[in-house]
Design a protein around this ligand. Structure first.
Ligand SMILES: O=C(O)COP(=O)(O)O
Ligand SMILES: [Mg+2]
Length: 226
């Protein structure tokens, strides 16, 4: 990054990458081992956004099962173990991600990842998608003491990327992304095609996009080049 660069901070699951097929497979692996029914895909997809443990807890709550701390940790490790082995089996980038990033990079945008996924898993996935080199920082839910919806997760990601918080935009799909961006006082673009468990417009993001083909225009309007 240079001093005049703009930084676009992306959420990962449900924003850059359609990871739900592999996340829900890993969840179903855990549920099957417990003798519980397989999760319904659209329902389970909406459990994504707060990290693996919350995904496991929400899937159990759907069966009226409240996990104690030790069991939640144990099942989360089972989930992560399976997911890490199958992390890019059914996962693809959302349409136009690469073109959008290439065009924005030509206009001086740099990129970072701020995800509630564990950093190690995020790096593993980005490696599998051959994207790692494009990001100046990759920060997960366990990288700092704070995670989304806390704005510090975004501000510390910006710092790790050597960015200037007044020259940044956040792009996300779910309430933690919009809430963290507002907390960090960073403008936020919400994608309409992600995994939010509530209509993303109800959180009042600055802009909603239906396709990454519209990202650069909206990002440029929020953070003009100079
Ligand atoms: O894995 C999750 O639950 C969250 O991941 P995200 O922050 O990239 O949406
Ligand atoms: Mg997400």
């Amino acid at each position: 990054m240079t001093a005049s660069s703009r930084l676009c901070v992306f959420d990962l699951d449900g924003t850059l990458a359609d990871t739900a097929p592999d996340l829900v497979s890993a969840l179903n692996h855990v549920l099957a081992a417990e003798g519980l029914p397989q999760a319904d895909f659209p329902t389970a997809r909406a459990f994504v956004g707060h990290g693996a443990r919350v995904l496991i807890e929400r899937a159990h709550r759907a069966h009226d099962i409240e996990l104690d701390d030790a069991r939640a940790l144990e099942l989360t490790e089972q989930f992560v173990g399976y997911y890490a082995q199958n992390i890019a089996d059914g996962t693809v980038l959302f349409p136009h991600v690469l073109e959008a990033m290439e065009e924005m990079a030509e206009d001086g945008w740099a990129f970072a990842i701020c995800t509630n996924k564990r950093e190690g898993l995020a790096r593993q996935l980005l490696d599998a998608l051959d994207l790692t080199e494009r990001f100046d920082a990759i920060c997960g839910g366990d990288t700092f003491a704070e995670r989304k919806p806390n704005g510090q997760h975004i501000l510390k990601t910006i710092e790790a990327a050597d960015g200037n918080p007044s020259r940044c935009v956040m792009v996300g799909d779910s309430p933690p992304d919009v809430l963290a961006a507002k907390d960090a006082n960073v403008p936020v673009i919400a994608v309409s095609f992600g995994y939010s468990n509530e209509p993303i417009g109800s959180l009042d993001p600055d802009v909603i996009i239906d396709t990454f083909a519209d990202l650069q225009e909206k990002a440029d309007a929020l953070v003009p080049s100079r």
